[in-house]
Design a protein around this ligand. Structure first.
Ligand SMILES: [Ca+2]
Ligand SMILES: [Ca+2]
Length: 225
């Protein structure tokens, strides 16, 4: 008889252990589900996520300038790699880009790109202009060991404006190119006379070569006839 009692106790013990393991398994499952849903992010505690910062409002550009934050001095929103007012052009943006506040033409900061990955940041501008308007892009670029890359189709190191016309077509050819090699900040500028009515622009700061690049004081301006 004592033998049977022991067996029963063992069975009860085993069952309790199974329950404990099951509860533990469920608890871990719930924890990871909440973790994946980022439920702990708002706590701000140690190991928690970051609370989204409140970005500083961007100042209105000076007269004649169509772009915001052209000197890359403002970078206070949640996307700390991208200057405020700009957006990344690619779905999987270069993770090595940054606002570099140790190198600049004006102010303190510039936009830095590590050429291991293709990168472009852009701004959309809604702007009506008649045929014959002169569109000018310009900017400053600094290069280190910049060379044409064979791994990308478009070897760009430039500032560029796509010109969107009211008839739905787009001019892609307006870009001002920086030199390859290693050089301090140089200014480039290029203009194009739009033959058709303009409804807006997409402005790009692009780097699709090998090496390293810094950009500052970029610009988009339109002079109507
Ligand atoms: Ca700057
Ligand atoms: Ca930012």
């Amino acid at each position: 008889m004592p033998k049977r009692k022991t067996k029963k106790r063992d069975l009860v013990g085993a069952s309790s252990k199974n329950k404990i393991f099951l509860l533990l398994f469920i608890a871990i499952g719930i924890f990871f589900t909440l973790y994946k849903l980022n439920i702990f992010a708002a706590s701000g505690g140690r190991g928690g996520g970051k609370v989204a910062p409140t970005p500083v409002p961007l100042p209105t550009p000076p007269a004649g300038e169509l772009l915001l934050n052209t000197s890359f001095e403002y970078n206070t929103d949640a996307d700390s790699r991208t200057p405020d007012g700009w957006v990344q052009h690619y779905d999987q943006p270069n993770k090595l880009v940054k606002v570099d506040c140790g190198v600049s033409v004006s102010g303190k900061c510039s936009y830095y790109v590590d050429g291991k990955h293709y990168n472009a940041i852009k701004q959309y501008v809604t702007y009506s202009a008649p045929p014959g308007s002169t569109v000018t892009v310009s900017g400053w670029g600094r290069g280190k060991d910049v060379a044409d890359s064979t791994s990308v189709a478009e070897g760009s190191f430039w500032v560029q404006a796509w010109i969107h016309y009211t008839d739905g077509s787009t001019e892609y050819g307006l870009h001002a190119d920086f030199d390859n090699g290693t050089h301090d900040f140089q200014k480039v500028q290029k203009s194009y006379i739009a033959p058709k009515p303009v409804e807006g622009f997409t402005y790009f700061v692009k780097f699709g070569k090998t090496g390293y690049a810094w950009f500052d004081d970029v610009s988009l301006a339109v002079i109507t006839p």
